[in-house]
Ligand binder design. Structure first.
Ligand SMILES: Cc1ncc(COP(=O)(O)O)c(C=O)c1O
Length: 320
């Protein structure tokens, strides 16, 4: 069992005031005029008041899907350029049965959150890092990718269009899920002829039902999440279905999640199914180096920076 030690807990808690500081978060209000006009078109039929909330039981939010009003979609033309993204009402996506994402898993996802402040603004956290990570993943999976500016602008539009689904301060967040996929048809194994970038959103509470209480984590020595030279270091959709079996087994044994070991030696800690891991002893924090098998988390990087600001020493462990 891994327990959050009190040093780490206070460090994690110290993230909260820091994440509400404008110096660490991007203010949400600076979308472009092009973004604003797309937004007007999409939101006009509903004409919600700026301070209006959707009908949601904010006190009982879990981490489940409650679709917000609008989805942002941007297609990539044949020359690899993404343009003319637009917001449309949430709904199913039409895909060719032979699309690359369905057949060969040519797809990436990202995850980020919008936070509502006491004075009614929305804040987003280090979106440029998610954008850069998607670019890195797209390169690995031979996909064209929206630019950092396009990604950030699209997430801002999506958050603003779905503002009424953003929980009141302290009750949760608006989870925002960007996807990039090979949507064009292909039969032989090759990159898709067409790509789609889309973003949907859902209000959420804590990911773990335990909230900020300590979690029991099962250390998995049979199944592995990633291998050297594979895709563990990017947010490929193909990294997630393979962990379901290990997670289900851990849950059936009373654990909350799984901690994976490196596949070469089966003894070095890597990461949990959907988060990075830190070991805290006194003033020293250790975490695995990002060598291609673990995801370079935005939270991981932020914790490292904040821990150093708070006088912790941060060590990265490597193994061969
Ligand atoms: C495998 C994995 N590691 C780490 C993370 C944490 O990444 P971030 O801090 O950028 O949300 C995630 C997020 O979903 C993940 O799927």
């Amino acid at each position: 069992m891994i327990q959050t030690n009190s040093g780490l807990r206070s460090l994690v808690q110290s993230l909260r005031p820091m994440t509400s500081s404008l110096s660490k978060l991007e203010a949400y209000s600076c979308y472009t005029s092009q973004a604003a006009s797309a937004l007007q078109q999409a939101t006009k039929p509903n004409s919600y008041r700026e301070d209006e909330y959707a009908k949601v039981d904010w006190d009982n939010l879990g981490f489940g899907i409650t679709p917000a009003d609008f989805v942002y979609t941007m297609k990539c033309s044949i020359d690899g350029k993404f343009e003319q993204g637009e917001l449309a009402p949430y709904g199913n996506v039409e895909l060719s049965p032979s699309s690359a994402v369905l057949n060969y898993g040519q797809g990436l996802y990202e995850g980020t959150k919008a936070y509502r402040t006491d004075d009614g603004r929305l804040l987003l956290f280090r979106l440029d890092r998610n954008a850069a990570r998607m670019k890195m993943g797209a390169d690995r999976l031979c996909m064209p990718c929206p630019s950092i500016y396009q990604f950030v602008d699209a997430v801002k539009q999506t958050a603003l269009a779905n503002k009424r689904w953003t929980p009141p301060p302290g009750k949760g967040t608006l989870y925002i899920r960007p996807l990039l996929m090979g949507s064009g048809p292909i039969l032989g194994l090759a990159p898709a002829p067409e790509y789609t970038f889309l973003i949907y959103a859902s209000p959420v509470g804590n990911y773990f039902k335990e909230g900020l209480k300590p979690l029991s984590i099962y250390v998995e020595d049979e199944f592995h999440r990633a291998t050297r030279g594979g895709a563990g270091g990017i947010k490929s959709i193909t990294n997630y279905a393979p962990v379901l079996k290990a997670m289900a087994r851990a849950k059936s044994r009373g654990f909350s999640d799984v901690l994976y070991l490196d596949s070469a030696n089966k003894k070095n800690l890597e990461e949990v199914s959907s988060c990075n891991i830190f070991l805290v002893k006194g003033n020293v924090i250790s975490t695995p180096a990002t060598n291609g098998t673990i995801l370079p988390g935005v939270t991981r990087r932020s914790i490292i920076e904040i821990a150093r600001d708070h006088g912790y020493q941060v060590f990265f462990f490597f193994f061969l």
